[in-house]
Structures are given as C-alpha cells and as structure tokens.
Design a protein around this ligand. Sequence first.
Ligand code: NI
Ligand code: MN
Length: 225
Amino acid sequence: MKITFYGHSCFGIQINDVNLLVDPFITPNAKASSIDINNIEADYILLTHAHNDHTADVMDIAKRTEAVIISNFEIVTHYKNLGLEGHPMNHGGKWDFEFGTVKYVNAVHSSSFSDGSYGGNPGGFVLEGERKNIYIAGDTALTYDMKLIPLQTKLDLAILPIGDDFTMGIDDAIIASDFVECDKVLGCHYDTFGYIEIDHEEAKRKFFEKDKDLMLLEIGEHIEL
Ligand code: NI
Ligand code: MN
C-alpha cells in the first residue's frame, strides 16, 4: 500500500494496481500548487463528507478518470445527479471492493455542500486492504465510537486530523490513537488555513512522549505500508 499526501486531507492510496483518492482539495489549496490534478490517477474517490475542503476537485478528477465515488448516500446521490459514478454507503455499513473492504464509520462533525445543501452525515473509513488496514478518520471530534474500530480491525495506520478548531487537535488525536489502538498516526487537516496552523515539532514531541509516531508528510511525499 502506497499513500501519497496531496495536502490538507487529500491522499492517494495505491493498493496493487488500484488507485484510491481521498477528499480531493488541491486546486484551491495554495500550499498544494506543486500538484497537478491532471496527473492524479483515480479508480475510486472516497469522500468523508461534503465540505468544500474535501470535495473541491471531485468533478474535474472524476470526469477525467471516470472514478467511482464512495461516500454516504446523500453525497453519492449528489454526484450521480451530476453524471458521475458512485457507490453509496451509510454509517456502519461495509462493502467488499476489488481493492479491499471499506466500512463507513462515525465522525462527529457536519457535512454540507458549499451552496449549503445537505451532504448527509459526515463519516470516516476503515479500509482493510490486501495486507494492511488503515483508518481514515475524516473531520471529526474525538469520540468514544472510535473504540469500536479495534474490536474488528487491527489497524496498521490511523490518518487523523490534528489541526484543532474544526476537528480534533493534537491532544485529542493522541487519545484517539489510544481508542483505535494504533500508535502509528499520519496527520492531516493542519496548516492549510489560519485556524489550523500547528507547531510541527511540538506535535511530534507530544506523540513521541506517549510512545507514538506522528508522521507529517510534505505535499507530494509518500509512504509505503
Ligand atoms: Ni469539514
Ligand atoms: Mn475540513
């Protein structure tokens, strides 16, 4: 499994020959100006919720790649009405895709499109790939529901928001890492705009002091799991 950071909460996840894209927000993100969305491969686009900082580039990328949108029922219906392909889910449900199993799990946040229309309830994804399992929390508060995840899935990586203000901050993300029983954390949803700027060294130190590993990737950088 190869995971590439495209800025904010956007990741490319390659499992064998299948390319997943999570929460594309690249062209409006000044920090991601080095990324050209025309070069991004996507067979599936996973959307945690409808907010524009997670969906801004869905139309352009999905039209070009014919990717299948995986999200909650309302978001998938929205994009199907615009002519895209989609696989609708809702909280607690899972589905076996060609690349692995996806479960749509709870997030405590909100979810509306930029015109104010309803984007269902926000969620996260537990992705069980061929050999590695990851949790993509989406935008969320720390919530006790996270404790349900390790009852069924042994995680290799948790992708957690850490920017505070709109989501968990560092201290709550450390507790979330305990709840999901995964000490290897990839941070997201920080630094993109003013409310969510963080001190990288302090964040890493706080995780380190709890025997946890916080990874903060450069935009365009990737890791292999
Ligand atoms: Ni949001
Ligand atoms: Mn967001």
